[in-house]
Design a protein around this ligand. Sequence first.
Ligand code: ACO
Length: 431
Amino acid sequence: MAETTKTAKLTIDGESYDLAMYAPTEGPEVIDIRKLYAQAGVFTYDPGFTSTASCDSTITYIDGEAGVLLHRGYPIGQLAKESHYLEVCYLLLYGELPSAAQLEEFETLVTRHTMIHEQMHNFFRGFRRDAHPMATMVGVVGAMSAFYHDSTDINDEHQREVASIRLIAKMPTIAAMAYKYSIGQPFVYPRNDLDYASNFLRMCFSVPAEEYEVNPILARAMDRIFTLHADHEQNASTSTVRLASSSGANPFACIAAGIACLWGPAHGGANQACLEMLREIGTPDRIPEFIERAKDKNDPFRLMGFGHRVYKNFDPRAKVMKESADEVLELLGIENNPTLQVAKELERVALEDPYFAEKKLYPNVDFYSGIILDAMGFPTSMFTPIFALARTVGWVSQWKEQLADPQLKIGRPRQLYLGAAQRDYVDIEQR
Ligand code: ACO
């Protein structure tokens, strides 16, 4: 825990309470209200946790106003351009960039854990063919606790480590299998001579009748998408993982809970929703109609891929993602892709519109990721599973950090109760 810096004073009905404050390495100071209820008999009220720090963490820092995202202190732009996903995984998990030998050992470890228990294939086959791959992933990842009993004891540090590596290594295999199953193609086993991103692309696109040649530029773009989604501090799905884990649940159950939360269109499901929206708009001349709908308070429609709870100037991941989209589309010779045309024009029109400027709504990472994934050949239903795959390392790092915290308590928010006051039961005849 950080050192106390100063004290905040809270006065209720003339009674004063001193609350300790802590200074972070970066970002706003926090007021410690943990003893408030015991001392003053009141709760604080913060639905959506817009002003509440739920934990202390050393993993990721975001400054939403300045558009800054740091992993262990390193800016995301530098990591996306100069590092690669598995190195970032190591950084998130262990706190420092690895030496060459440490990286090689880590990569070998992850590569050697990519296969899943053969019996899990039968588990996949129990799903309906048309199941959304996210539904399959939630089920299969939760079911890992039934297949890997030797890494479910959260009090054993070695088991925690094994579970972490298994989750990071097997998630691409599980996501690719969910996809293959949904399109009626045979599962493709991982190959140890390929890097993480190339292996995933091959497991998705190779068929027994024809080997898939991995294009290194596409593999690089895939790797960059993974890197850009690796962690994002205490977002909804990460907080879900931490809350589930606070009760002592096993790691596979906790990560399955994170996947379930990520699925929603306000979170990880936005990339799918965004591409579907761009396709629905279809041509640039229909953009004004959709902009008007997004501004209409009586219409629930929102511009998908716009806005962010934390970033209020720009999303630093969106910048790198936009460059990647241009690169991939140029490589594939589809620069005139109509969806991209609509995306670019929509971005231009929205950024010039006072409504979006006033509310500080800018394109987020999902605005361009869908265009790249679509160009690579992924159906929209695979966008969120790919996000889940990439975010697994973030969830796992935060889960490990939480379990190592000696102050860990079960997460148990309070409420502002506005229901009926105590009253007596009324017999059915008298109602
Ligand atoms: N289109 C139109 N208006 C919007 C949008 C949008 N995309 N996003 C926010 N607004 C408006 C709201 O209507 C609200 O207006 P009001 O103040 O007049 O009521 C105001 O902007 C603030 O919006 P909130 O919903 O209060 O902001 P919050 O921080 O809670 O929500 C969120 C952030 C959920 C991301 C929201 O911007 C949204 O729904 N965006 C579209 C979905 C999306 O792209 N999600 C991806 C997030 S990134 C990620 O998960 C990787």
